[in-house]
Design a protein around this ligand. Structure first.
Ligand SMILES: Cc1ncc(COP(=O)(O)O)c(C=O)c1O
Length: 394
């Protein structure tokens, strides 16, 4: 009997993506993640990574990772709640709590699991989430898993969030949640205004600061520090996978919140903890943030130079306030064409289309890092100018 492929419909879906020019090819990095990289067989200026401070290859981090591996092995061998809590995990959590100025921190395997695991465990189907429309997918998945009612407010519209909170019963448990930095637009959440709404209506206030740690605030403490909101955000999520250069996510808050997550957050309970090298690397990254803050100044100097350059050329860079600068072109296929042609010219900047961003807001997303040289950034601007004209975008 010939077997009918029950997954044949997936090939049809892929053909449809092909027809729309939206089929994604995974770009392959042949060396390390760095400002100048080798991608798909060519040397490029890399404007696609979240390696804001260049820490993926920082000698202090590499040395600590190697030492931890030699001393402690390559794996933790268990979930945290059984045998997988190593002293180095607790050392990292204590360092992060001091860095974030909160009572306690718990580390998850990724920023994604930190968001999804936290929102889904602190809420139930009887609760309500008030969520910015552009919040990260991991927040949305956490909301769905919690089965709480989800009420979405227009991007950064704190007044709309206030109206939603006001219409809910006073004794209704509510979570007000925003990204600190929005990952596709690079703008900042309306944190001060949303904290005021949360306080007025007794909402739990939660901020996902994945793109802000190591970038905003004193020594890279994030947007809560940037806006001076210490003590007003109940749940802070951060990631160790972007500016920190390694892998992981964390939740910072009260001791009770963290102890509760030990008991209820499913990724914490049911997935193995990080290898010791990951924790050691993140500790070394915190040392760098505290002892070499000039690295963050360099990130911002490069950000200013590159953003000004793109704007001077006439590109639509949206409302970015961070090192993430989108070049918004509209059609998904145009964004992919721009990205492909830039790669031909030696610049790696990913095209982003629906469903990651709205259908008419496709873009090429750029992120500069502290380790890009001026020559690399000028080279990239020249390529954007050439390809932008070629595609009729300028
Ligand atoms: C806003 C935001 N939150 C959370 C995450 C997830 O972080 P991680 O890559 O550590 O899972 C990301 C990264 O993609 C992000 O952009």
């Amino acid at each position: 009997m010939t077997r009918v492929d029950p997954l044949a419909y997936l090939s049809d879906e892929l053909s449809a993506l092909d027809a729309q020019g939206l089929r994604r090819k995974l770009r392959v990095l042949e060396g390390s993640q760095a400002a100048g990289s080798r991608v798909d067989g060519r040397d490029v200026v890399n404007l696609s990574s979240n390696n804001y401070l260049g820490l993926t290859t920082h000698p202090r981090l590499v040395e600590r990772a190697l030492k931890a591996t030699e001393e402690l092995g390559v794996g933790s061998g268990s979930v945290r709640t059984i045998a997988g809590t190593m002293a180095i995990h607790l050392e990292l959590e204590a360092r992060l709590a001091a860095f974030k100025r909160t009572e306690a921190v718990v580390v998850f395997q990724s920023g994604f699991t930190a968001n999804a695991g936290t929102v889904s465990s602190i809420l139930t189907k009887d609760d309500v989430v008030i969520s910015d429309e552009l919040n990260h997918a991991s927040i949305i998945d956490g909301c769905r898993l919690s089965r709480a009612a989800i009420k979405v407010f227009p991007h950064k519209d704190a007044e709309a969030a206030r109206r939603i909170a006001k219409d809910l019963p006073a004794n209704q448990r509510k979570l007000l949640i925003t990204d600190g930095v929005f990952s596709m637009d690079g703008d900042l959440g309306a944190l001060p205004e949303l904290c005021a709404v949360a306080e007025e209506f007794g909402c739990i206030m939660m901020v996902d600061d994945a793109h802000a740690s190591g970038v905003f605030g004193k020594n890279g403490r994030g947007t809560i520090d940037h806006f001076n909101l210490h003590g007003r955000v109940d749940v802070q999520v951060g990631t160790l996978s972007k500016a920190i250069g390694a892998l992981g996510g964390y939740v910072a808050g009260s001791r009770a919140l963290i102890e509760f997550l030990y008991h209820r957050a499913r990724p914490f309970l049911f997935s193995t903890s990080h290898p010791p090298a990951v924790a050691a690397t993140a500790i070394a990254a915190l040392d760098v943030l505290e002892q070499e803050p000039a690295i963050i100044d360099r990130l911002w100097e490069n950000t200013g130079f590159f953003k000004d350059g793109l704007q001077a050329l006439g590109f639509n860079t949206g409302l970015s306030q961070s090192p993430i600068t989108p070049v918004i072109v509209g059609e998904g296929s145009t964004a992919m064409k721009l990205s492909d042609r830039l790669l031909d010219e030696g610049v790696f900047a990913q095209g982003i289309a629906f469903p990651t961003v709205a259908r008419d807001k496709a873009r090429v997303r750029t992120i500069v890092t502290a380790t890009h040289t001026r020559e690399q950034l000028q080279f990239a601007l020249d390529a954007f100018a050439k390809v932008g004209r070629e595609l009729g975008l300028l």
